[in-house]
Design a protein around this ligand. Structure first.
Ligand code: PLP
Length: 393
């Protein structure tokens, strides 16, 4: 049977092909090091597991309100007050099955056919596909490596048309790990206000910052920007809870109401038990979040050092998330490969290290390495990449 056009135009995930190949090599008994992971390698903290078990024992296993249980909404609004000094009412919150579905639902309620959403590149792979699924047009705006992969107000202005409805800001970013400063956000925010654009602020890596800079949300910068910003966040990355599928959106009441309506006809609600687990995450000490952050920081510093010793590998040091996004164009050219994707494939074949080619993120000269794995594995991976480059030069 012929499938709907909307799925025919979906681009398969760029991580998929390389992950499948890495798995096949592993199954054949090869010692493969996978640096493709988009999730923390730590266990979910014990107190969160206990809260989920308690929820099960207490029979909290039924449908919940579509937008999430009030206790969790309260905990999310309290977190926003505590962390960012922002005030939200429960009507301004929806709890979703992961931040990914918050974004999916947001695009569904926001976009009409042909509406444009500005997506700065390098971008997280799901943004353009989700926009297309809502019949919108993703308008990719390349951010230069010289500007640390961040768009400027000028880049943004050039991309705005009468059809532009929103712009996505993901800080810290997947795949680059870069963060916008307060001043940079202020300048971009002004352009958004002048052009009446909604700002979609994906803050999922907010707790994973390794520099001295504070996380700043567009919504904190002025009352106007607060009113024009939809914040997306969740517990997947901060509390190592990727499989629990709890995310949320915060902002304009009417938008949240429409999203909740949509959820009532699609997911019904995020898993009840997972909501109580997330409640524990937001109402207990953040000690374990900080411990995970410290471990990531140590790995970042080590891996950054090893990588930048490799000839032809150029890397801007990121401030957050758990990815490095080096430019390996020179290395791949010096090694005689036709492009970076071919270089990545050969690296997997010969040295059994799996990276993600940057093409899928809108940056074909780069590769993404995740440091959500042990220091030993990272050191071994860096050695193998070095060996591979030396061998081919
Ligand atoms: N936004 C970005 C930038 C991400 O990297 C991810 C996960 O990889 C998500 C959103 C989705 O997170 P969740 O697991 O909450 O759906």
């Amino acid at each position: 049977m012929e499938l709907a056009k909307r799925v025919q135009s979906l681009t398969p995930s760029s991580t998929l092909a390389i992950t499948a190949k890495a798995k096949a090599l592993k199954a054949e008994g090869h010692d493969v090091i996978g640096l493709g992971a988009g999730e923390p390698d730590f266990n979910t903290p014990e107190n969160i597991l206990e809260a989920a078990k308690r929820a099960m024992d207490e029979g909290l296993t039924k449908y919940t309100p579509s937008g999430g249980v009030p206790e969790l909404k309260n905990a999310i609004t309290a977190k926003m007050k505590r962390d960012q000094g922002l005030t939200y009412s429960n009507e301004q919150v929806i709890v979703t099955t992961g931040a990914k579905h918050a974004l999916f639902t947001l695009f569904q309620v926001l976009l009409n056919k042909g509406d444009e959403v500005i997506v700065p590149a390098p971008y997280w792979v799901s943004y353009p596909e989700q926009i297309k699924l809502a019949e919108g047009n993703p308008v990719v705006v390349p951010a230069s490596e010289e500007n640390n992969f961040k768009i400027t107000p000028g880049d943004l202005k050039q991309a705005i048309t009468s059809k532009t409805k929103a712009v996505i800001i993901n800080s810290p970013s997947n795949p680059t790990g870069m963060m916008y400063s307060r001043e940079e956000l202020q300048a971009i925010g002004e352009v958004c206000l002048e052009n009446d654009l909604l700002i979609i602020s994906d803050e999922i890596y907010e707790k994973l910052i390794y520099s001295e800079e504070d996380h700043v949300s567009m919504a904190q910068l002025s009352d106007e920007l607060y009113a024009n910003t939809m914040i997306i966040n969740g517990v997947s990355k901060s509390h190592s809870m990727t499989g629990w599928r709890i995310g949320y959106a915060l902002g304009n009441k009417e938008i949240i109401k429409a999203m909740t309506n949509m959820a009532s006809h699609s997911t019904s609600n995020p898993t009840s038990i997972a909501q109580y687990a997330a409640l524990a995450a937001y109402t207990s000490s953040e000690e374990q979040v900080f411990q995970m952050r410290e471990a990531f920081k140590e790995r970042l510093n080590a891996l950054y050092g090893w990588l930048t010793e490799i000839p032809g590998v150029k890397c801007v040091k990121p401030s957050g998330a758990f990815y490095l996004f080096p430019n390996v164009k020179e290395a791949s050219e010096q090694c005689g490969f036709k492009n970076v994707t071919a270089w990545v494939e050969a690296l997997l074949d010969e040295e059994k290290v799996a990276l993600v080619p940057g093409a899928g993120f809108g940056a074909p000269d780069n590769v993404r390495l995740s440091y959500a794995t042990s220091l030993d594995q990272l050191e071994e991976a860096a050695k193998r990449i070095h060996t591979f480059v030396n061998k081919h030069q």
